[in-house]
Ligand binder design. Structure first.
Ligand code: CTP
Ligand code: MG
Length: 166
């Protein structure tokens, strides 16, 4: 495989996992409750906010796991790596929301680069031990992800999956 494509394939479960909560958002399962339980931090703002639900968390880990499973048929990735990347991607997404709330930004606010790199930063660190990464591959994924994220969100907005194009 081309060196520039390889890194994206390795972290594919993280991309799928990060998109999964948006598709799951319409489901309204019993898990569609905020992870922070509505609780507020000492600054009076929510720990994470209503945009971070158990449903989205479960959807992300499930989507990452499924992606890893499907990839294993092609000699790429594994169920385990898929689950791990799904977990760390959505954990990174939560860290991003935590930071946004601390900065006083309401749920859904446009945090620019933070919204676009939080999940991939954590997923990349988790993926490092599993593959023979070259520095240029890590940097390319890190630099291209905000652009891919932006494009995916514009499409998601056009398809009415998302309320905002960021
Ligand atoms: N989502 C979810 N649970 C998660 C992550 C995302 O239910 N753990 C769903 C929510 O419906 C959320 C949507 O996916 O609104 C888009 O995710 P994101 O853009 O990360 O959340 P925001 O609503 O923008 O909230 P925040 O400002 O905290 O990023
Ligand atoms: Mg958002």
């Amino acid at each position: 495989m081309q060196w520039w494509l390889q890194g994206f394939v390795w972290v594919l479960p993280a991309y799928v996992a990060n998109m999964a909560p948006v598709f799951a958002a319409g489901l309204k399962t019993p898990l569609a409750k905020p992870i922070d339980g509505g609780a507020k931090a000492a600054d009076g703002r929510r720990w994470l906010g209503n945009g971070k639900t158990w449903q989205g968390f479960a959807a992300a880990v499930l989507a990452g796991t499924t992606t890893g499973y499907l990839m294993s048929f092609f000699g790429l990735g594994s169920v385990y790596i898929g689950a791990l990347l799904g977990f760390w991607a959505i954990f990174g997404d939560m860290v991003g929301s935590f930071a946004k709330r601390r900065l006083g930004m309401p749920r859904g606010a446009n945090a620019g680069l933070l919204d676009r790199i939080d999940f991939i930063t954590f997923a990349l660190v988790a993926a490092v031990p599993f593959y023979p990464w070259e520095l240029r591959q890590l940097l390319l994924v890190l630099i291209a992800t905000p652009l891919l994220h932006r494009a995916a969100n514009i499409i998601g907005y056009a398809l009415k999956l998302k309320d905002v194009p960021w």
